[in-house]
Design a protein around this ligand. Structure first.
Ligand code: 13P
Ligand code: SF4
Length: 328
């Protein structure tokens, strides 16, 4: 095995000292526009901190889906990636759903094109498809039930025992769920380009530098990385884990913007960014396509808008509805 040393300074976020960031003019403009348009801003934990700080709700894919379903605002401004905004439209179709950058995609979603899943299903007509929410509306429409990293175990546990499962599109999450549930599943060969950059070697070196820190990792990481973690969970559960655990410091093995959310919720603890072989932190380039300026412009223009053909939207709602029910 090639030994990779940490040839960069670890990125350490010490406890906050009660300082509160002033809102910038553009953030104030966004809050004004939000009121005028009767909009709600939903933001994923991986959004830049300027966006998180003006959002009505910041959370993981599951929390965002529930919030999108429940809102009575006229407009949902979704600060996340395309499949998340599509999910909001599917669960609440009468609302206008807008996304600051329509090109904010996801490598997991791209790994499972609808046509390829359709071909697979044609050859395996009895297969039960559990789809991770990181997929297109077209893939959701071909699936039996959806899951997120926050409820995957609970969902797979409820799939009838006589069914053979195909898990799409994340092989790493699928492998982890299979371990957790003892359920054998066929795994679609997709992965998150960002989470697979975390390596055993880099994390091991960081662990040696911070032996007291607890490691919390996202299940999209590869098994050797997951095996080094004290806890493997969704981004929302990371907040609960770091708050409830008596440790003072945590190595956070997921997209680095997560640390902003953690610091806001738990200001008295230290967070250290999970490392890759070449960098002290790790950002999702798709999540970072949403900028504060694009957020302002999309609120002003009420676009770009998420549009899904009715037939796909209705089919995609069935497995999503099942997830929201099974997950309660
Ligand atoms: P969470 O649902 O845990 O927030 O994960 C979403 C995601 O895209 C992780 O890369
Ligand atoms: Fe997709 Fe990975 Fe980005 Fe999450 S971090 S949105 S899985 S590319």
């Amino acid at each position: 095995m090639v030994e990779v040393g940490l040839n960069y300074e670890p990125m350490v976020f010490p406890p906050l000292k009660g300082e509160k960031a002033e809102l910038s003019q553009i953030q104030k403009d966004i809050l004004k526009l939000k009121k005028e348009k009767n909009a709600v801003i939903l933001a994923h934990n991986y959004q830049i901190k300027e966006i998180q700080d003006v959002a009505d709700f910041v959370g993981d894919s599951l929390g965002l889906a529930y919030n999108a379903e429940e809102t009575d605002a006229d407009v949902i401004v979704f600060c996340g990636v395309h499949f998340m905004a599509e999910t909001a439209k599917i669960v609440n179709p009468t609302k206008k759903v807008i996304l600051p950058d329509l090109d904010a995609g996801c490598s997991l979603s791209d790994a499972c094109p609808e046509e390829r899943l359709k071909e697979f299903k044609d050859k395996n007509p009895n297969i039960y498809v559990v789809a991770y929410i990181n997929c297109s509306a077209g893939v959701k429409a071909l699936s039996d039930v959806i899951c997120t990293s926050g409820n995957a175990k609970k969902i797979v546990d409820q799939v009838p025992k006589d069914k053979e499962i195909l898990f799409v599109p994340d092989q790493n999450l699928g492998e982890w769920v299979s371990q957790q549930t003892g359920r054998k599943m066929q795994l679609w060969p997709g992965s998150c380009y960002a989470h697979v950059l975390f390596t055993f070697n880099a994390l091991h070196k960081l662990k040696e530098k911070f032996p007291e820190a607890k490691i919390v990792a996202h299940p999209e990481c590869v098994k050797t990385v997951r095996d080094l973690a004290h806890e493997v969970c969704s981004t929302e559960k990371m907040v609960h884990y770091c708050r409830d655990n008596p440790a003072d410091s945590f190595i956070v093995v997921t997209e680095t913007a997560m640390i902003h959310r953690l610091q806001k919720e738990i200001p008295n603890k230290t967070f250290i960014a999970g490392p890759t072989n070449t960098c002290a932190c790790n950002e999702c380039r798709f999540m970072k396509m949403n900028t504060i300026e694009k957020l302002r412009d999309c609120l002003a223009d009420l676009g770009p808008e998420i549009v899904i053909p009715k037939s796909i939207r209705e089919k995609a709602y069935e497995p999503l509805k099942r997830m929201l029910e099974w997950s309660k």
